[in-house]
Design a protein around this ligand. Structure first.
Ligand code: PGA
Length: 249
């Protein structure tokens, strides 16, 4: 019989506990391998995770000095110093507060002059680092993972994409207006993400409940990119009760 791997589903007691469970999974990966390669995510969801990782570093419990990191995505056209760029986010939330070697932190370059060359190089750097041991993911209201919007192919690689109107709307909360949100991004592909040894998708809040349910219990289909993770052997969802309440578990 053909056995399809089932994801591990952790339903935390609340949003803070979800951050704690996610931080514990990252902590464990680093404890197992001090030179692990971590795939990191931006957005509102992982902020509490990074806060905990910084606290654990400050307490002497975590060492980032041998780690390598790759972020999922970046807006096209934003400089690393732009306060809405994902490089800036990572510096503010994590990198500036821990002993990670900046040279081993990778975020796609939103100002790359030749994006084709840049994305091919990004894929190559991931391979040269030995692949991603643990990839952290959020999920968009439309099911996107990184900036793989609905319709993205299961074998897609790092590339430039157009953002959908609902992503622009969702992300406009961080900008002065929706008009200021970049229209394009560089994102790791779904195929790139699926090559990570472990994937931890974290979601919190009622607004994610439907899309989480569709990702886990619906058919695997490009209309919900997160559903394309189904069958990955190292997949864990960390949810709070609000985002998990439609699941039949
Ligand atoms: P959020 O974004 O964490 O800000 O909800 C998640 C995503 O769009 O992937």
């Amino acid at each position: 019989m053909n056995k399809v791997a089932k994801p591990t589903i952790v339903v935390a007691t609340d949003k803070d506990h979800a951050a704690l469970c996610t931080a514990d999974l990252i902590h464990q990966a680093v404890s197992e391998n001090s030179s692990a390669v971590l795939g990191l995510a931006t957005g509102g969801t992982p902020v509490g995770v990074y806060r905990l990782l910084v606290e654990r570093f400050q307490a002497g419990d975590l060492d980032f000095s041998d780690l390598t990191t790759f972020n999922l995505d970046e807006y096209v056209g934003l400089a690393p110093e732009h306060d809405q760029s994902y490089r800036y986010f990572m510096q503010q939330q994590l990198f500036d507060h821990v002993n990670v070697n900046r040279e081993r932190t990778h975020v796609p370059n939103g100002l790359a002059t030749d994006i084709e060359i840049h994305v091919a190089e990004y894929e190559k750097q991931i391979l040269q680092a030995g692949g991603i041991d643990l990839q952290l993911l959020g999920i968009g209201n439309n099911g996107h993972i990184a900036f793989n919007e609905p319709g993205s192919a299961i074998d897609s690689r790092t590339r430039q994409v157009d953002l959908t109107d609902d992503t622009i709307e969702a992300n406009s909360r961080f900008f002065n207006s929706a008009a200021d949100v970049p229209r394009h991004a560089i994102t790791m592909g779904i195929g790139t993400i699926l090559e990570a040894r472990r994937i931890v998708l974290m979601a919190t809040g009622e607004s994610k409940a439907k899309v989480v349910q569709a990702a886990i219990e619906g058919p695997a289909a490009p209309r919900n990119p997160a559903s394309l993770l189904q069958g990955h052997v190292g997949l864990t969802f960390v949810l709070d009760p609000a985002s998990a309440h439609l699941l039949r578990i």
